[in-house]
Structures are given as structure tokens and as C-alpha cells.
Design a protein around this ligand. Structure first.
Ligand code: SAH
Length: 216
């Protein structure tokens, strides 16, 4: 995709896939503008980067559908000073959107190759508030906890206990919980030590493989 030829496609994606479906917070839309999705899509799929669906990124994984990234971000609603933990870096697209909105982002990816690619793209974009770890993110990242926000971009059978422990007071967590085929986007909030839980849209994510996720 040449220099600016993506701009009309990006704007069309924002209006048709995000705004028309209820994602209207300007700071979120702006994060999609400053992180053009085609930069995160490798190979031949790049031409389809603004399509309304997930796309392959290699290693058998996918970059999520733009609307899903926007919906999860909108549900998490990170504040500028927040520290956010993301599990499943993948292409690094959701990571970059979070980095544009939150103070610091901690992202964990199981596949080293994907993590390296994501780092390179972030470097090009000049992101400097992201910390990376290769490993099993279903254990969270205790060292940098508590987190104001936790976002899981792969499915889990149940909310991992470490996520609950590592969530800050007043913090929010968004992740797909269900079976391997279908899940519900689940929002958890911690207030006065109590957890409230709300389930919303049905969705279908790739699995998080690990101690508190699925077996390979
Ligand atoms: N947000 C990413 C979604 C990638 S799909 C994007 O839009 O590009 C889910 C990702 O979770 C995959 O990259 C997969 O390798 C990773 N993953 C699976 N199990 C994991 C685990 N236990 N810890 C960290 N990452 C994991």
C-alpha cells in the first residue's frame, strides 16, 4: 500500500465498522488513525487490511477484526495514566491502540516470532510505553501488577485467578470466556475488593494456550 493510499480505506473503516456500530469516543477513533492497521498485516493479506474481518498474521494466528479491537478497547476504556496488561500480543495492533490511550502497556505473547515482528512495527511507529514478555500470559505478569486494566485477546475457559489477583482496586478486565469454539466477551470490575462480572456479545477468539488457558 503506497504512502497515503490507505487513508480513504481507513476513514471508511472507522465510519462503517466502528462509528455506525456505536464506537464513537473520539480518542479511540484517533488511536485507530495513528496506528494504521495495514502496518500490522504481513504479506498478501495487507491489501485487505481494512476489511471487516480477522486476517492471518503467520504462526497460525490472526489479527482480530477491527470492530472487536474497538469494542474491547471501548469496554476497557483505559485512562491516560492507566497501566494495562495485554495477553496475546499477536500482530501488536491491539497493543498499539492501548498504548495510544493508556500510560503504560505490558504485553505477553507465547510465540517469540510474533513478538519480534510486533516490536519492530511499534519501533517504527515510535511507541515508547510498551513492555514485552515472551511466555505464558495466563499467569499474568506479577512483577508489574497491579494493573488498572487487563485485556485478553485469546479465549479462556474461566477467568484466570492471577488476573483477578493482579487487577488493581477500581480496575477493569475484558476477555473472551467460554468454550474453544465460542465465548462471551466478559467484563470484570474490582470495587472494594469485590468482583462484579458482566457478560456481553458472543465472539470467537483463538485460544490462549497455557496453565490457566487451554492445552495445546
Ligand atoms: N491482539 C492480537 C490477537 C492475536 S490472537 C491481534 O489482534 O493481532 C491471540 C494471540 O495470543 C496469538 O498471537 C497467540 O500466539 C497468543 N497466545 C496464545 N496463548 C498465549 C499465552 N498463554 N500467553 C500469551 N499469548 C498467548
Amino acid at each position: 500500500m503506497s504512502e497515503n493510499s490507505y487513508l480513504p480505506l481507513l476513514e471508511e473503516m472507522i465510519s462503517d465498522q466502528l462509528v455506525d456500530r456505536g464506537i464513537t469516543r473520539e480518542r479511540i477513533l484517533e488511536a485507530f488513525r495513528s496506528n494504521p492497521r495495514h502496518l500490522f498485516v504481513p504479506g498478501r493479506s495487507r491489501q485487505e487490511a481494512y476489511a471487516d474481518r480477522p486476517l492471518p498474521i503467520g504462526s497460525g494466528q490472526t489479527i482480530s477484526q477491527p470492530y472487536i479491537v474497538a469494542l474491547m478497547t471501548d469496554t476497557l476504556d483505559p485512562a491516560p495514566d492507566d497501566s494495562v496488561l495485554e495477553i496475546g500480543t499477536g500482530s501488536g495492533f491491539q497493543t498499539a491502540i492501548l498504548a495510544a490511550l493508556a500510560g503504560r502497556v505490558f504485553t505477553v505473547e507465547r510465540k517469540g516470532g510474533l513478538l519480534e515482528e510486533a516490536k519492530k512495527i511499534h519501533k517504527k511507529l515510535g511507541l515508547n510505553n510498551v513492555r514485552y514478555r515472551e511466555g505464558d500470559g495466563t499467569k499474568g505478569w506479577k512483577e508489574f501488577s497491579p494493573f488498572d486494566g487487563i485485556l485478553g485477546t485469546g479465549s479462556v475457559p474461566e477467568v484466570p485467578e492471577p488476573f483477578i489477583e493482579q487487577l488493581a482496586e477500581g480496575g477493569r478486565m475484558v476477555l473472551p470466556v467460554g468454550d474453544r469454539r465460542q465465548q462471551r466477551l466478559t467484563l470484570l470490575e474490582k470495587t472494594d475488593g469485590d468482583i462484579t462480572r458482566r457478560e456481553s456479545s458472543y465472539c470467537s477468539f483463538l485460544p490462549l494456550i497455557g496453565k490457566n488457558g487451554w492445552d495445546e
